[in-house]
Design a protein around this ligand. Structure first.
Ligand SMILES: [Zn+2]
Length: 689
């Protein structure tokens, strides 16, 4: 095989330039990625050795082109590895991953490249612009600023000693964060609740028992096994009548990575925090949160704290009332009961059944997959004038995958849309939106985006079509919202096109779509019973809407607790030498509802912020809800299918990617900065006055 016949190194020869899955084989990936990295590095060398004065065209443009080419091969590999993998492909992905990270760290360390970017940046940002300077578009300015900022954030302005220390911190952090999550996994796996008597299973529905019996069988054990992983732990806490066993499993859960053994993360947390603080301070910031928030819509720790406090002020009174309500309900069953944290899921589930009296299963017959697909395309058509035509002639990586041409209002081809709905071996759990190729206009004409959503929805059987749950329909809307962000993109540069936006802005297009799920006006147009053809009864829908806000004060406070803790740790300005458990208790004191479990703490197992991408970013979950609720209010006022509002949302948000600061884009759509009131009203934490 030569590079010449490698399909990943030539344009795909079909009218959409869609990935030639029929020709791409596993052995093509590594040679293609190596070759594309080589070409990209040649490109960088040409930029660095160029004699001309740095311009946007001779400096930034080639960087964008190089990463665009590499991106296609890389995206196909990693998308397949998530959606249709096998041991061989997993191994290839493991080999490819360091190639890419090494390439990008070599680029970030390239002093010659940085001095070009720095001088270009100075021309436009530092001194008053010179008279003969070629003006840049707002998007070009953003792209230039992003490159400069990324280099600086990677230590490009440091002296030699500083750079060395920076690199050492980075690599040490990489090791510690990995260890942190490995320990949490080891601790999660270290406990099982093994039950052998029927009486231990009191209260558990059949599907929970069956899964636990499977779990036991996999371990060659009799009876039933519940683990601390969500699919075992969550239903047990919700349904088990056995308070003693709920307490046992809950305590095990609450002491993960905090038991003084070799997997205890408390020491590791201190090391991680100290290194993060040092890294931020090397770059001239007071603390790690400030450093992280420079590249977020929320901008500063002060703004995040104000935001969290605003929500807390509204949620606290509701949470206290809800606590009393669940407590009194529990006392009707067990007089004198002191509600403990291991009682909450159980009694609130029982109270929910009593109050609303419906089961989610009741909705499934109304959500036959093909009807839901039509319903979702209908939203895109009503709002943005898009039409979806299925294409059968394109190669796909699995026969389950459907491909659609997306046609814009004016009849032009806007995008390709791939949808891969059902679970199978070789596919990761969950649901996500992704792309094989993003949109850009590097070559003058718009490159057709190739966007995909991958889900794990209920499969059809011989006797029943695929009937989705309410949550699955919600997931579909969510991922489709991300897909619209990719499909409608009208940017020039790939690094800011589509969903390449700030982390706390990326969920606006997805979450806003979830608002349609409770709109009768939309549901009535597609969600009819697959056997009888009747619409969802209004009473059922009303119950669903009411139940969505059930115990919302508690749920909000819980999320805020994580956010407060995250901010408390990451605004430290000196290494932490105190007691981890006491620090955590203090940070969440104001949201406390339950008696303390002496010695327990969640931070030693809080992988989101100590091992994932959410350090000083946990607030982002609530932030995104605030944005989507605030934005959806305009649709609520003017009509959920109002074309003018949709046009403005498309023009100002969906087409713009990250080409300008998200607050600027948002204000253009909304006319003002987002406020928390819309979310508080939607979630019943504030009345309509
Ligand atoms: Zn999302």
């Amino acid at each position: 095989m030569t590079l010449h016949d490698n399909p990943l190194l030539q344009p795909f020869d079909n009218q959409y330039e869609a990935p030639a899955f029929d020709r791409i084989r596993n052995e093509h990936f590594l040679p293609a990625i190596e070759e594309l990295i080589r070409e990209a590095e040649e490109g960088i060398a040409r930029i660095v050795s160029g004699e001309d004065f740095p311009t946007f065209e001779n400096t930034i443009l080639p960087l964008e082109e190089g990463s665009e080419h590499l991106g296609v091969a890389f995206n196909i590999l990693f998308n397949l590895n998530h959606a249709e993998t096998c041991p061989e492909l997993q191994q290839i992905a493991q080999q490819a991953s360091p190639l890419i990270t090494d390439f990008s760290s070599r680029m970030m360390m390239n002093d010659g490249l940085f001095s070009k970017i720095r001088s270009l940046h100075e021309q436009y940002f530092a001194t008053p612009a010179e008279g003969d300077l070629k003006p840049l578009t707002p998007e070009q300015l953003t792209v230039l600023e992003n490159y400069y900022r990324d280099f600086v954030r990677n230590g490009a302005l440091l002296d030699e000693a500083g750079k060395k220390r920076f690199a050492a911190i980075r690599s040490k952090l990489g090791v510690l964060e990995l260890e942190f999550s490995d320990h949490v996994l080891a601790e999660t796996n270290d406990f099982i609740l093994h039950l052998t008597e029927e009486c231990d299973l009191a209260g558990l529905p059949d599907f929970v028992r069956d899964a636990a019996a499977e779990e036991a069988k996999d371990r060659n054990l009799d009876g039933w096994v519940f683990t601390l992983h969500a699919p075992g732990y969550v239903p047990f806490m919700k349904y088990s009548d056995r308070r003693d066993l709920r307490e046992k499993i809950h305590r095990a859960f609450s002491f993960r990575a905090n038991r003084g053994n070799e997997h205890d993360n408390k020491g590791r947390m201190k090391e991680i925090l100290a290194l993060r603080t040092e890294l931020a301070q090397l770059l001239g910031e007071p603390d790690f949160a400030t450093h992280q928030l420079r590249t977020k819509m929320a901008e500063t720790p002060q703004k995040v704290m104000t935001f969290l406090e605003q929500l807390h002020a509204a949620a606290r009174p509701a949470a206290l009332l809800e606590f009393d309500e669940v407590q009194s309900f529990a006392r009707r069953k067990v007089p004198e009961l002191e509600l403990q944290s291991w009682d909450w899921a159980y009694y609130s589930e029982k109270l929910k059944e009593e109050k609303f009296g419906f089961k989610e299963e009741m909705l499934k017959p109304y959500f036959e997959l093909n009807r839901v697909i039509n319903g979702i395309f209908l939203v895109a058509n009503e709002l943005y004038g898009l039409t979806f035509n299925q294409v059968n002639k394109l190669p796909v990586y699995h026969t389950d995958v459907k491909v659609y041409e997306v046609i814009d209002t004016d009849g032009s081809l806007l995008s390709l849309f791939y949808a891969d709905f059902f679970p199978r071996q070789g596919k990761q759990g969950g649901a996500w939106m992704t792309e094989f190729r993003g949109e850009n206009r590097l070559k003058g004409k718009r490159l057709l985006p190739q966007i995909s959503i991958v889900c794990n929805f209920t499969k059809p059987t011989a006797s029943r079509p695929s009937l989705l749950t309410f949550d699955e329909v919600n997931t579909f809307l969510h991922e489709f919202g991300h897909a619209l962000h990719g499909m409608l993109s009208q940017c020039t540069y790939p690094s800011v096109a589509g969903t390449n936006v700030y982390h706390d802005f990326v969920e606006l297009p997805s979450q806003i779509m979830e608002n349609w799920i409770t709109e009768k006006e939309w549901l009535d147009r597609f969600a009819v019973h697959y056997e009888t053809g009747e619409k969802i009864p209004k009473e059922l829908l009303d119950k669903i809407i009411a139940s969505r806000n059930f115990l919302e004060g508690y749920a909000t406070e819980r999320q805020l607790g994580f956010g407060f803790c995250d901010m408390a740790w990451h605004t430290l300005t000196v290494p932490f030498i105190g007691d981890v458990i006491a620090f955590e208790q203090k940070a969440i004191e104001k949201i406390r509802l339950f008696p303390r479990i002496e010695g327990s703490a969640f931070c030693p197992a809080f992988t989101h912020i100590f091992a994932g991408g959410y350090a000083a970013g946990y607030y982002g979950y609530k932030w995104a809800e605030v944005l989507d609720a605030d934005a959806f209010e305009v649709f609520k006022e003017k009509g959920i299918f109002n074309r003018d509002v949709a046009r403005s949302f498309r023009d100002n948000i969906l087409e713009k990617g990250g080409s300008e600061h998200p607050m600027i884009l948002y204000k253009r759509f909304r006319g003002k900065e987002p406020g928390v009131d819309a979310l508080l009203r939607r979630s019943g934490l504030k009345s309509d006055e």
